[in-house]
Design a protein around this ligand. Structure first.
Ligand code: SAM
Length: 375
C-alpha cells in the first residue's frame, strides 16, 4: 500500500481530514495537509470526488539520498512506466531543506535525465496522441530524505470547470467547500450567501446538496492518464492501475432540494456572473440583486455562509458593510446560523459581539478567520 497526501492551506488540515474520514480514511494531519495510506486507484478516486483539498498527491516512493548516484538508484526504482506516458509533458517541482542535494537546478536536470532514462523504451508511444494533462512531479528533500510524488490532479483542484467568470475577489472553490464543512452544512436546511460575488459558495453548496461531484466541465485530471502506458515487464513498486470510471459520489441527503440554496449581491454584474456559473455547473440557484441592508431570510431557518468584501470601495467603508450585515441579521434572521470570513477580530465584531472564531488560516499570504454565531 502506498501513500497519498491531501494538500490544504495551513489551518484547514482538520477539515480535509474530516472529509477523508467520510471516505473511511484515517490520515495523519501535518502542517499543510493530511498523509494517508492509499494505492494509486484510491488517490485517483479521491481526486475526482473530494471537495476540500487544493491538491492530491500520490507518493511514488521515498528514500535517503545524499548524492546524485543515490538519487539515481531511487529514481530508477520508481514505477514510471505505469504513470508517465512518453508524450506526457512533465513539470518537476523541487523543494530541498537541510540536505546535501540542495541545488534545485542540478537536481532537476539530473532527475529529468534519470526519468527519461528510466522510462526509455518502457512502452510504445501512441504517436500522434497528445496527453490531455500535464504530469506534475513533486520532489521533496528534507534532511536527505527524498519523497517523490505525482500531482493526481495535474492542476489545482479548486479549478472545478464551471467558474469561467469571476468577480474581483473570488474565493477558491475548495475554500468555499471548507467553509461549508466548517458550517456543518450538508444540504438539509437552507443556505444563503448575501455577498455571493461569482456565486462560488452557493454553487458549491448546490452541487454538494445534490450529491454531485464538484467538477463540472473541468475536462479531466492528470491521473486519468495513469496506467495508460504499456509497461514492458516490471511491476510498480506500489499502487496499481486507477479505475477508468468516475468516482462514486454520495447520494443526496433526504429531503434536499437544490432550491434551498440562495445568493445575492449588490452588483448586477456579480448576479449575472453567478447565474452564468450556476448554469455551467448545472444547478438551479436563485440569485438576486440586493444590498445587504435589504436582505430577507429565504427560509425560516438556515445557514448563511459568506465572505464579505475586503478593502474600500465606492466611498463606503468595509466597516459599515460589516455593521449593516450584522444589523440585517439581528433584525430579520433570528434562528439562522452565520458563518463568515473576516480578516481579524475587530472586523468580525462589527457584525456581532457574539462571534466566535472557528479557525484561522492563510489565504494568499493574508491571515483570515472563519467566524460563527447564531443570529
Ligand atoms: C469578497 S467578494 C465575494 C466573493 C465571492 N465569494 C466569490 O467567490 O466570488 C464580496 C462581494 O460583496 C459584494 N458587496 C459589497 N458590498 C455589498 C453590499 N453592501 N451589499 C451586498 N453585496 C455587497 C461585492 O459586490 C462582492 O461581490
Amino acid at each position: 500500500m502506498g501513500h497519498g497526501f491531501a494538500v490544504i492551506h495551513p489551518g484547514l488540515e482538520e477539515v480535509v481530514a474530516a472529509e477523508l474520514a467520510g471516505f473511511g480514511i484515517e490520515g495523519d494531519v501535518v502542517p499543510g495537509g493530511v498523509r494517508f495510506s492509499a494505492d494509486a486507484a484510491r488517490v485517483a478516486m479521491l481526486t475526482r470526488a473530494m471537495r476540500t483539498p487544493s491538491q492530491l498527491l500520490y507518493e511514488l516512493g521515498s528514500g535517503t539520498a545524499r548524492s546524485s548516484d543515490a538519487l539515481g538508484v531511487l529514481i530508477r526504482s520508481l514505477p514510471w512506466k505505469e504513470f508517465l506516458l512518453p508524450q506526457a509533458e512533465l513539470k518537476i517541482e523541487i523543494t530541498s531543506r537541510a540536505s546535501a542535494l540542495r541545488f534545485k537546478d542540478t537536481v532537476s536536470r539530473a532527475l529529468t535525465a534519470m526519468i527519461r532514462d528510466a522510462r526509455k523504451g518502457a512502452f510504445v508511444p501512441d504517436r500522434g496522441v497528445r496527453p490531455r494533462h500535464v504530469q506534475v512531479l513533486q520532489v521533496r528533500i528534507v534532511e536527505d530524505q527524498v519523497t517523490v510524488s505525482l500531482d493526481a490532479g495535474g492542476d489545482l483542484l479548486h479549478k472545478r470547470g464551471w467558474r469561467t467568470e469571476a468577480g474581483r475577489a473570488p474565493i477558491r472553490e475548495n475554500l468555499a467547500a471548507c467553509m461549508l464543512a466548517l458550517a456543518e452544512w450538508d444540504g438539509t436546511d437552507a443556505l444563503y450567501d448575501p455577498f455571493c460575488g461569482a456565486g462560488t459558495i452557493p454553487i458549491e453548496g448546490a452541487l454538494l446538496a445534490a450529491g454531485r461531484p464538484p467538477f463540472q466541465g473541468r475536462g479531466g485530471f492528470a491521473c486519468d492518464e495513469w496506467g495508460k502506458g504499456k509497461p514492458v515487464g516490471g511491476k510498480p513498486r506500489s499502487g496499481g492501475r486507477p479505475p477508468p470510471s468516475a468516482a462514486p459520489t454520495r447520494p443526496p441527503p433526504k429531503g434536499t432540494a437544490v432550491q434551498m440554496v440562495f445568493g445575492s449581491d449588490h452588483q448586477a454584474q456579480a448576479v449575472a456572473t453567478s447565474v452564468a456559473n450556476a448554469r455551467r455547473a448545472g444547478v438551479v440557484v436563485p440569485f438576486r440583486l440586493l444590498d445587504v441592508a435589504e436582505i430577507q431570510p429565504p427560509a425560516v431557518v438556515g445557514t448563511i455562509v459568506t465572505n464579505p468584501p475586503y478593502g474600500e470601495r465606492l466611498g463606503v467603508t468595509v466597516d459599515e458593510v460589516y455593521a449593516t450585515f450584522g444589523r440585517s441579521l439581528r433584525e430579520r434572521f433570528g434562528s439562522w446560523r452565520v458563518v463568515f470570513l473576516a480578516p481579524d477580530r475587530r472586523m468580525a465584531l462589527k457584525v456581532d459581539e457574539r462571534v466566535e472564531r472557528v479557525v484561522q488560516f492563510k489565504n494568499g499570504g493574508l491571515s483570515v478567520g472563519v467566524w460563527t454565531y447564531l443570529a
